[in-house]
Design a protein around this ligand. Structure first.
Ligand SMILES: Cc1cc2nc3c(=O)[nH]c(=O)nc-3n(C[C@H](O)[C@H](O)[C@H](O)COP(=O)(O)OP(=O)(O)OC[C@H]3O[C@@H](n4cnc5c(N)ncnc54)[C@H](O)[C@@H]3O)c2cc1C
Ligand code: SF4
Ligand code: SF4
Length: 440
């Protein structure tokens, strides 16, 4: 695929990729926005409120998602991955692999009848909701998905995994648009682009690296992202903080789970967890006015605009901040107990609780090495993509014409992600403008 005007490729459609794509397209250039999941949105689509202003995440994100879906100069390629990149700044040849959804895109109306009828309905772990509920094999990750087209999960569909699914296909029979097509194959699409922005985001460390906190052993030990879905108005409990149908009376948050800990392989600070934990503590106070809330921290890092003020507000909301690193979470009767060394009191304390929330470290995407290999990118010792120079070339990669935006370069909050995406878009547009002049 090539267009008359020079085009940009943006890899990853979280808030960074979405913002960069919109800026470039609004300036008059063509953009190919490649996202490997069935919908754009990234991690921000999993958030409910955002610190420090407590803006609703979807109120900011959803209009931008709709804009990238409808923009005349953005070609959205969801459920797709970049397979090859050759060439140089001004003339990259790219191959994109579009995975089969097993649903014909221009027929699907997003009604969900296939999911309702599916034999696996209510039996497939819903990864968007962090496993807090179950869905069917045909799915959209969340109701505001862009595009609103169902995808049949090839790891969960009985036909796609076992080769049979009863006497008839219940999903196919239910579809009013005859959109389901199990013959669909992956497609390879060639693109010509002048510049590339990498915006592939981040993962969170597997909490099992800290077995002393009992994740996976006690169901009421969860990660911050799980808590985000539990407390979200669009989550499985419609925002009610419930454990087995009951409201917790005592909640403990633990900062720096994996972060700043060379033994976990994450010596750096994840930058966002102090603040999102403050937000979570505020949400608990808001929903459960009588709950006892304790936060264990090493040092509090509230570095951004309005952050210290937000932290002060949360402390005034009767949230107990205890300086200390917990050593263990264990069960005593019906309660969990968090044991920690309180470094201000200089003694060991035990806090009984109904729920423990772990602020797990931000880490590079599991396949960051593959993406680096594909694009010839260098990575810094922490595993994130390396910027050419932190001071005067903070969004350039080591490869000319390839730029970095958002958490793929290192942990950061949404304001910094958006600022970096805008900077990457501006740098990419210099190459696009050069290419346009050369082609004129
Ligand atoms: C629990 C939690 C709460 C948070 N709360 C807040 C908050 O209140 N306020 C705030 O400012 N920040 C908050 N953050 C931080 C915020 O989530 C990030 O700043 C933001 O999501 C970073 O966006 P991104 O686009 O860089 O990455 P991501 O959101 O990770 O998006 C990257 C996108 O790239 C796609 N992708 C990855 N690899 C590929 C590939 N190879 N090919 C194609 N696509 C690919 C992914 O599927 C994804 O859609 C929170 C984070 C967490 C974990
Ligand atoms: S083939 Fe069976 S398991 Fe697969 S989507 Fe259809 S009904 Fe569900
Ligand atoms: S039933 Fe058909 S039209 Fe409705 S969501 Fe499923 S595939 Fe799309």
């Amino acid at each position: 695929m090539s267009s008359d005007k020079p085009a940009a490729l943006v890899i990853g459609a979280g808030i960074a990729g979405i913002q960069a794509a919109l800026d470039i397209a609004d300036a008059g250039f063509q953009v190919y926005l490649v996202e490997r999941e069935p919908s754009v949105g990234g991690r921000m689509s999993q958030l409910d409120k955002t610190f420090p202003t407590l803006d609703c995440s979807s109120c900011i994100l959803t209009p931008k998602m709709v804009d990238v879906g409808q923009h005349p100069r953005i070609e959205l390629m969801t459920y797709s991955e970049v397979e090859q990149v050759e060439g140089e700044a001004g003339a990259f040849h790219v191959t994109v692999r579009k995975k089969p959804r097993y649903v014909i895109e221009d027929r699907c109306r997003g009604c969900g009848d296939c999911a309702e009828a599916c034999r696996m309905h209510g039996r497939v772990i819903d990864t968007f909701n962090q496993g807090l509920n179950k869905r069917a094999a045909p799915y959209v990750p969340f109701p505001q998905a862009v595009p609103l087209i169902y995808t049949i999960d090839p790891t969960a569909c009985l036909y796609l995994t076992l080769g049979h699914c009863g006497k008839t296909f219940k999903c196919k029979d239910a579809c009013p648009s005859d959109a389901i097509d199990f013959e669909q194959q992956a497609q390879l699409i060639d693109l010509e682009v002048a510049t590339v922005i990498v915006a592939t985001g981040f993962d969170l460390i597997d909490p099992h690296v800290k077995p002393e906190f009992g994740y996976g052993v006690y169901p009421n030990v969860m990660t911050g992202l799980e808590f985000e879905r539990l407390s979200s108005a669009s989550g499985p409990t419609a925002g009610k903080i419930l454990l087995d149908g009951k409201e917790p009376q005592e909640v403990v948050f633990i900062h720096c789970v994996g972060s700043r800990d060379p033994h976990s392989g994450v010596p750096y600070c994840s930058r966002i967890c102090c603040m999102y934990t403050a937000k979570h503590a505020h949400l608990v106070r808001d929903r459960l006015p009588n709950a006892r809330i304790t936060v264990f921290y090493i040092d509090m890092r509230a570095f951004g605009k309005g952050y210290e003020e937000f932290y002060d507000r949360v402390k005034r909301e009767r949230v107990i901040y205890r300086r200390g690193e917990p050593s263990e979470v264990f069960k005593r009767g019906d309660k969990l107990v968090v044991r920690a060394e309180d470094t201000l009191l200089q003694r060991t304390v035990e806090v009984e609780t109904d729920l423990v929330v772990l602020a797990t470290a931000v880490v590079p995407r599991a396949d960051a090495g593959d993406v680096a290999g594909l694009l010839g990118l260098e990575r810094s010792p922490d595993g994130f993509f390396q910027e050419a120079h932190p001071k005067h070339r903070p969004v350039d990669s080591n490869r000319e014409g390839v730029f970095l935006a958002g958490c793929c370069q290192g942990p950061k909050d949404i304001p910094d992600t958006v600022a970096q995406a805008k900077a990457a878009a501006a740098s990419a547009m210099v190459i696009l403008a050069d290419a346009a002049r050369a082609g004129a």
